[in-house]
Design a protein around this ligand. Structure first.
Ligand code: PEP
Ligand code: MN
Length: 262
């Protein structure tokens, strides 16, 4: 179902009115984690002003250490929904387990995180829903494994899938991960599903977000996912890779200018 051979037409995913794929480009932005009402609202307003069309924010966080901040849970999703009502931006948030799906009714797009890319039970559950899914690439997943994960979702009926390259594990240790730009043309060749790029989790450092965003945009990505925090130094999660709203605004200007000449 995900194979381009059998479905030559580009899939256009509609996230509550925001289209991705088939020439439609979308920027999702927001904090790694929802932390306070003030933080979410301020970030939502700022990223909307800068041209983002979807608000991201984690409420259930897959942290490496069980002692790190695990996210606000259902209360975090309530804050995201509040920001959606305030700004009109659709929202995307990560679901880690089928038992959490009960809290996602008002969430416009479900994110499957890199660590859950092959959680087949979870993939099948979101496959039964009528809601777009953002499927992140696993830390060491091949294109084939990634597309087969999408296939799990599609096999249950849900074909509204956006793939997200977020950096993979390589021998390099200087960066958090290595952004695989080749994934853009290769996925477009193998599949009709849209692919967006996440330069924030790829490099793990804010100063790399601009060059990687421009490389991704120039390389034909269908969109970007970028972490933005009003005060990165105080962020409870992924602060070092977060852009301040003003940095994000200058980045989107460059991204849109580049899109115009493609
Ligand atoms: C995130 O988007 O905050 C996240 C945890 O992403 P990933 O699954 O790509 O690490
Ligand atoms: Mn993050």
């Amino acid at each position: 179902k995900a194979n381009r051979k059998f479905h030559p037409e580009d899939t256009i995913v509609d996230v509550s009115g925001v289209k991705i794929g088939g020439g439609h480009f979308a920027i999702m932005a927001g904090p790694c984690s929802v932390e306070t009402p003030e933080q979410v609202i301020a970030t939502a307003k700022a990223v909307k002003e800068a041209g983002a069309t979807i608000l991201r924010g984690g409420a259930f966080k897959p942290r490496t250490s069980p002692y790190s901040f695990q996210g606000m849970g259902p209360e975090g999703l309530e804050l995201l929904v509040m920001a959606k009502k305030e700004t009109g931006l659709p929202i995307v948030s990560e679901v880690m387990d089928p038992s959490q799906l009960q809290y996602f009714d008002e969430v416009d797009m479900l994110q499957i995180g890199a660590r859950n890319m092959q959680n087949f039970t979870l993939l099948k559950e979101v496959g039964k829903l009528n809601k777009p899914v953002l499927l992140k690439r696993g830390l060491s997943a091949t294109y084939e494994e990634w597309l087969m994960a999408a296939e799990y979702i599609m096999s249950e009926g849900n074909t509204q899938i956006v793939l997200c390259e977020r950096g993979i594990r390589t021998f390099e240790t200087k960066t958090r991960n290595t952004l695989d730009v080749t994934a853009i043309p290769m996925i477009h060749e193998l599949s009709h599903l849209p692919i967006i790029m996440d330069p924030s989790h790829a490099a793990g450092m804010s100063r790399m977000v601009r060059p990687l965003s421009l490389a991704s945009t120039g390389g034909g990505a269908d969109g970007l996912m970028i972490e933005v925090h009003i005060d990165p130094a105080k962020a409870l999660c992924d602060g070092p890779q977060a852009l301040r709203p003003d940095q994000f605004a200058s980045l989107t200007k460059e991204v849109f200018a580049l899109r115009d000449v493609l």
